[in-house]
Ligand binder design. Structure first.
Ligand code: AMP
Length: 187
């Protein structure tokens, strides 16, 4: 099962990704997590991307896709995986598609979590406090949403045009939303 989970910041992708991975027994691959780990470890890559992460902008397609191609070649991805936070641009979607075609391992499902903008802004604001991310200030959150609409929303169009997109209502309890996702993945 090779799944891409799409949706705007604050849509609940991270929470749902954990539940999807548990159900299907696949690793959760979040480019945001990988990049934050790099920043925390103080690696050269981490130092290169820290200011970009803190600003809410996207790191370069080339860098992210190199990271993801390396990750997908690891043994734990042989039976599938869930991608969370990637592809984030149409260029990334094209690179991923070409890469997966070359290994004859196309995506099984592309699921888009649909959440209205006002709900997203409220959720992002409430993410502050304990364990808050440095990119969760109101200003950066607004920028991340803007970046989403201009650069990432077209990724859903890319998959929709291929007839591959499954849209799921992301408003409701965590359990309700996960049941909808499972039905969409299984159906
Ligand atoms: P996330 O945890 O998915 O919200 O990602 C946090 C930050 O990491 C984003 O705001 C970007 O700066 C960076 N990032 C994560 N994934 C990508 C990606 N696929 N392409 C470019 N930048 C990314």
């Amino acid at each position: 099962m090779r799944i891409v989970l799409l949706g705007p910041p604050g849509a609940g992708k991270g929470t749902q990704a954990v539940l999807i991975c548990k159900r299907y027994g696949i690793p959760h691959i979040s480019t945001g997590d990988i990049l934050r780990e790099q920043v925390a470890s103080g690696s050269a890559l981490g130092n290169q991307v820290k200011s970009v992460l803190d600003s809410g902008e996207l790191v370069s397609d080339e860098l992210v896709m190199k990271v993801i191609e390396d990750r997908l070649q690891r043994a734990d991805c042989a039976q599938g995986y869930l991608l969370d936070g990637v592809p984030r641009t149409v260029v990334q979607a094209e690179i991923l598609q070409a890469f997966l075609a070359s290994s004859k391992t196309p995506l099984t499902r592309v699921v888009q979590l649909e959440v209205p903008e006002q709900v997203l802004l409220d959720r992002i604001r409430h993410r502050g406090g304990a364990g808050a991310r440095t990119d969760d200030t109101a200003e950066v959150a607004a920028r991340r949403l803007q970046v989403y609409w201009t650069q990432t929303a077209p990724v859903a169009e890319f998959y929709r045009n291929q007839g591959a997109l499954r849209e799921v209502d992301g408003v409701g309890s965590v359990e309700d939303v996960s049941e909808r996702i499972f039905a969409s993945v299984d159906g």
